[in-house]
Design a protein around this ligand. Structure first.
Ligand code: PLP
Length: 393
């Protein structure tokens, strides 16, 4: 534990608090309503009805049909299912278009496909500009007759940069190529309307929008070729075997209902808090830089580099005050490796190492932002005093 007497949680892109209303909706399904939703008896049938309601609540948030919602165990399973389904349904096509900044759930799956399937695949990882955005012409040029699927995230988990998914999905559709978007960070933070955005697959994850961990959804548009990933019983109309995680999916349904209600607040109040935090950090700390496009970005995310200091050291000092955030570098095998996202954007070594991602939610307030703004300048100044890079810059 940090030893701080309270927690200031600004790490909502890592995971979120389960909303009290969500927990309340889930609790009966751990106790009196424990029936199997597939059972023929009335006792199980009432659980089956609650599962249907949750499916409708989720579909409504993204303006889809409830029959297009498949429950999974997490965002990672949804990503794997979409990509593997597209490949299996079109065995003659072995090319995938994705980006250099995808989450490992997509990046590592694509990179490991040859050993997983025993077939050779061609993977195009599109580069990004220095502000994290994509070149659409380059994307269009990368599509070919042998392209099985495009998999591009809706919003980046580290920088919050939003990709033009509507335009990209339309281009893929015109070329007859299936389109998957990992919308794990976007759902609940920005409006999503699948009646106008022609994606074939969309992944989302409960724990990023105030539902529990271990529940996800794969949206599959009607008539999209599909091969299940988990083969078993008839659950999810044979599209994903396994008894449903009832309590969690009920929670996700409720969380989606709340997210629809909070989306304006996300884009006004949360955005204003994020902007205040970002502005304060950039103005009050020398050699602080924003990573990612200034406006084409999630309303809750600020990724700021403090040059010549190490992200993990910054996090440890923030932790002493109970401030939770993430760094853009991870300690792997004894060396600090800057994130693949910041590297793809060409962020210089001295800045990439000192990057901190603050990700807010509707549960943050201005007093917390002020507290963080009060503490950060001294944290960075103290670390720089000990930094040989800072001394010799
Ligand atoms: N995709 C993105 C963009 C994410 O941010 C995450 C989680 O951090 C995932 C996928 C994986 O989701 P899950 O933790 O539910 O497997």
């Amino acid at each position: 534990m940090s030893g701080a007497d309270r927690i200031i949680y600004m790490d909502n892109n890592a995971t979120t608090m389960v909303a009290p209303e969500v927990l309340e909706a889930m609790l009966p399904y751990f106790s009196e309503l424990y029936g199997n939703p597939s059972s023929m008896h009335t006792f199980g049938g009432q659980v089956g009805r609650a599962v249907r309601t949750a499916r409708e609540q989720i579909a409504e948030l993204i303006n889809a049909d409830s029959e297009e919602i498949i429950f999974t165990s997490c965002g990672t399973e949804s990503d794997s299912t979409a990509i593997l389904a597209a490949l299996q349904a079109q065995p003659e096509k072995r090319h995938i278009v994705t980006t250099r900044v995808e989450h490992p759930a997509v990046k590592n799956l694509c990179r490991g496909l040859d050993s997983l399937t025993g077939h050779k695949h061609r993977i195009t990882e599109l580069p990004v500009e220095s502000d994290g955005t994509l070149d659409l012409q380059r994307y269009e040029d990368s599509l070919g007759d042998e392209t099985a699927i495009v998999s591009v995230m809706w919003a980046n988990n580290e920088t919050g940069v939003i990709f033009p998914i509507e335009e990209m999905a339309k281009i893929a559709k015109n070329r007859g190529v299936l389109f998957h978007t990992d919308a794990v960070q976007a759902v609940g933070k920005i409006p999503i309307d699948l009646s106008t955005v022609p994606v074939d697959f969309l992944s989302l994850s409960g724990h990023k929008l105030h539902a529990p961990k271990g529940i996800g959804v794969l949206y599959v548009r009607k008539r999209t070729p599909f091969v299940p990933f988990l083969i078993g019983g008839h659950q999810e109309h044979g599209r994903r075997g396994g008894t449903e995680n009832v309590a969690s999916l009920i929670g996700l349904g409720r969380a989606c209902e709340l997210a629809a209600r909070h989306i304006t607040e996300e884009n006004t109040t949360v955005r204003a808090l994020r902007d205040k935090l970002e502005k304060g950090l950039l103005e009050n700390i020398p050699n602080a830089l924003l990573n990612g496009h200034k406006t084409q970005r999630l309303p809750n995310t600020a990724n700021v580099s403090f040059e010549y200091v190490e992200g993990e050291a910054i996090l440890l000092h923030m932790d002493r005050f109970g401030i939770c955030a993430s760094s853009g570098s991870a300690c792997t095998s004894g060396s600090l490796e800057p994130s693949h996202v910041l590297r793809a954007m060409g962020v210089p070594f001295t800045a990439a190492h000192g990057s901190i991602r603050y990700s807010l939610s509707v549960y943050n307030n201005e007093e917390e932002v002020d507290f963080v703004l009060d503490k950060m300048p001294a944290i960075i100044a103290n670390l720089r005093e000990m930094s040989p890079f800072w001394q010799s810059k």
